[in-house]
Design a protein around this ligand. Structure first.
Ligand code: ADE
Ligand code: ZN
Length: 324
């Protein structure tokens, strides 16, 4: 099955570009930009990446992003991720970026987008990997700041397909972002939101009704509400599930406890994704293997994750046909 998974064409729909910052690049950029980081060795990094919940990860993840300063840094980060995509036979990827993590440090929005986008254009030309960009609002920040980001995004609408919502789910309900999502949709942006990762099933329902999202990121706690689960199945709402992230952040204690294969068999449009692979121990192939190792599946079931991801992606019907 390992060979089958390695060769399987893949589509990634839940990937934070800042979460692909490998320690090696973090050290190199810290040196290049003269930025202080709290780690000196790989051992110190791996000791620090021992998370017990989402917040304990986010604290380290936002700190790591401090080394990203110049357009070239964002380009280098994205190019390194695209090379991993090539190795994992990822044909198409829809990438999140968190502009507020950077603008709060005085980095221009354009610096972030232009650096990422330059790598994506090259990725299509040289690696044959297609991509889309999704701008996420940080949900621990306020509505005004989200609107500032939306205005920036409007000037880059040729590069950005949609908006998302990430960061700390607990204590940050979606209502604060109802108006900014409504405005984004009016301008033609697609929308997604993290929900039901650490928070209850009602957060998933709220993301669907209040924000009217096209996909739910994570969403694994949907099983706690039978009516919601039935609705997700009936409406074909995609869930972008991240298995290694979920075990690293203790959403599930063990991969054997993970519900992704059960959800697949119940007919939910679940997909496999890597979330923040540099922090959670693996890219796409690693995530597929981690699930398949403890949840025996037929080849057709494993391939269904890719078919679901193609159907759930924000590409044209024609592009979907090309991938299917
Ligand atoms: N930002 C990066 N990864 C995240 C996750 N798994 N949940 C919420 N916000 C995030
Ligand atoms: Zn995420």
């Amino acid at each position: 099955m390992k060979d089958f998974i390695a060769l399987l064409p893949k589509v990634e729909l839940h990937l934070h570009i800042e979460g692909t910052l490998e320690p090696e690049l973090m050290f190199a950029l810290a040196k290049r930009n003269n930025i202080d980081i709290p780690f000196r060795t790989y051992e110190e990094v791996s000791a620090a990446y021992d998370f017990h919940n989402l917040q304990s990860f986010l604290d380290i993840y936002y700190q790591g992003a401090n080394v990203l300063v110049n357009e070239q840094d964002f380009y280098d980060l994205t190019w390194a991720y695209l090379l991993r995509c090539k190795a994992d036979n990822v044909l198409h990827t829809e990438i999140f970026f968190d502009p507020q993590t950077h603008t709060a440090r005085g980095i221009a929005f354009d610096t972030v987008v232009n650096g990422i986008y330059r790598a994506l254009v090259q990725g299509k030309q040289e690696l044959g990997i297609t991509s889309q960009l999704i701008m996420c609002f940080l949900r621990h920040l306020d509505e005004d700041d989200a609107f500032v980001m939306l205005n920036h995004a409007l000037a880059h609408q040729d590069k950005i397909i949609g908006v998302g919502l990430d960061s700390a789910e607990l204590g940050n309900p979606v209502e604060k972002f109802e108006r900014v999502f409504q405005q984004a949709r009016k301008h033609g942006f697609k929308s997604v939101a993290h929900a039901g990762e650490e928070g209850p099933a009602s957060n998933i329902s709220d993301a669907l009704t209040v924000l009217q999202v096209d996909r739910v990121d994570h969403g694994v706690r949907c099983t706690e509400d039978k009516a919601l689960l039935a609705q997700l199945i009936a409406q074909g709402t995609p869930l972008t599930v991240c298995p290694l992230s979920n075990t690293k952040l203790k959403v599930f204690e063990h991969m054997a406890d993970h519900n992704i294969v059960k959800l697949l068999r119940q007919g939910v449009c679940v997909t496999i994704n890597s979330d923040d692979p540099a922090y959670f121990g693996g890219y796409m192939t690693d995530n597929f293997n981690a699930v398949a190792d403890v949840h025996p599946m037929e080849k057709a079931e494993i391939a269904q994750f890719t078919i679901n991801a193609i159907n759930a992606s924000f590409i044209s019907a024609q592009e979907k046909q090309r991938l299917l």
